[in-house]
Design a protein around this ligand. Sequence first.
Ligand SMILES: [Zn+2]
Length: 216
Amino acid sequence: MSSSIPFASLACSLVVFLAVAGGLVFFLMRKRDSGVSREAPAGFAPAPLAREIVCFLRFEGEEDESYVQDIARRFSRISSAAQARDAALALVRAAPTATHAWLGPKSEVPDLGAIRSGLGFGAYIGLYASARTALDTVADDRSLDRVVQTLRDVAKWTDAEFVNAQVLSPQAGTSGPVLVAVNPESRPGMQLCAYCGHPNPAHETVCANCGARAAS
Ligand SMILES: [Zn+2]
């Protein structure tokens, strides 16, 4: 009697343990399954191509803000493919530190000078590009590398492709496209700090946020 009780409770614990472990394995497998199946159907529909596109980027910080203001000054008038290429390239160079982005067909932007933002600070810059060939309007604007890819396409324009282009300095208000926060890991040339997750330029050896050494 005295020995059968511990045995019974041991057997009981074993059954409970197996049930919990089995349930955990089942849960993890389900989770993995749903993770795999999520990618296909819930992914973004392919973005339409457009001959007229508009791209907006938002920046924070004194250095970035003065850099984009400088771009707006340098390219106040664009009248050739060469100038459009240079303007697009200037935005490509600025883009890795952009915080928010929007890229879409011109048909979705009734006013080139207006964007919507709940953020009361930061600097905005945009590019309107009209080409003879179609450009990718980017399905998911959080993917900064995809946004930059379209800007790179403009930066490769031939004279024959150029129709029109304009650097934009939009005002944040209550109408216009809503810029979305970019995924830090989608920033071209950026790497995430292994300790705190802060995105740093790939050439930096020390994290700007926590001071940790970057893994080389
Ligand atoms: Zn860090």
